[in-house]
Write a protein that binds this ligand. Structure first.
Ligand code: NAP
Length: 242
């Protein structure tokens, strides 16, 4: 089931689930669009109506796919875990405390959880390349640009990049500057610029439309049940588990 079905990302991810031959979409959740027929929102042949809560769904098990906003997502994700559902969460901005609480519930109820700041393949490849570059460069700054409707800042992807570089260099993540832009016309743009004497190395990833996230989300839905008792935060474990 997809929470955020009327949103920019949930809509694309939801349509991909609808079209996946090995999945069945059994519910859609949103806030202002509760009561709207999904077929009118998505222009797809689907008979579901948007609902408000997990309790509105008549099912004993589902995978919750959540692309909404931090506060309601936290409540919904914990509700899903307590019901014994697996969760695939794209919503960003959770506090450390909320993450710890989700982690402890996942272990207690032995469900699978995938909480990934960026489900796009390109962002994952960029992270692998940045990890490699960090062995040869000693300084970098992170840049991220998103639409002005994005609520959290810096983006989860940028924060994760800074964390990864800080771990590689054994320094405080706060020491790596993150620059954020929020402007109409942006979708999701991430870059990291490494600098050293006489040269720079720039890595950049641009999402032009949100279908970019569908592949990573579908792969996570397929695998999440195998991760019972664990919260997966690295797309490597989904797409490159060797
Ligand atoms: N991890 C990733 O790869 C990734 C990629 C893209 C975005 N994101 C994250 O995904 C989230 C959504 O982004 P977006 O750009 O798609 O946002 P958006 O277009 O603003 O959509 C938000 C969605 O959440 C729903 N919603 C808001 N408040 C709710 C509530 N209290 N209860 C239930 N549903 C609620 C909205 O429903 P109504 O329309 O009915 O109000 C809408 O469907 C953000 O946290 C963003 O950072 C993550």
């Amino acid at each position: 089931m997809v929470a955020g079905a009327s949103g920019k990302t949930g809509r694309e991810v939801g349509k991909a689930i609808l079209k996946a031959p090995d999945m069945e979409l059994i519910g859609a959740i949103a806030a202002h669009h509760v009561g709207t027929a999904l077929k009118d929102l998505w222009s797809e042949p689907v008979s579901l109506v948007v609902q408000a809560h997990l309790a509105d769904l008549n099912t004993s098990y589902a995978v919750l796919v959540d692309f909404t906003e931090r506060q309601s997502s936290y409540e919904r994700v914990t509700d899903a875990i307590i019901r014994g559902w697996d969760v695939v969460v794209g919503t960003t901005g959770f506090t450390q405390e909320e993450r710890r609480s989700i982690d402890s519930l996942v272990r207690r109820y032995e469900v699978g959880a995938v909480l990934i700041a960026n489900f796009s393949l390109g962002a994952w490849v960029m992270e692998q390349l940045a990890k490699q570059a960090s062995h040869y460069f000693e300084r970098a700054e992170v840049l991220e640009a998103h639409a002005d409707t994005k609520k959290d800042q810096p983006s989860g992807t940028a924060a994760r990049m800074a964390q990864m570089l800080a771990e590689s260099w054994e320094i405080d993540p706060q020491a790596i500057p993150i620059h954020s832009l929020r402007l109409p016309g942006m979708v999701a743009h991430q870059s990291v610029v490494f600098g050293t004497s006489g040269q720079i190395l720039s890595l950049r990833h641009d999402v032009h439309d949100r279908t970019a996230y569908a592949q990573g989300v579908l792969a996570s839905v397929r695998r999440v049940h195998n991760f019972r008792g664990r919260v997966i935060q690295d797309l490597s474990e989904i797409i490159d588990p060797s």
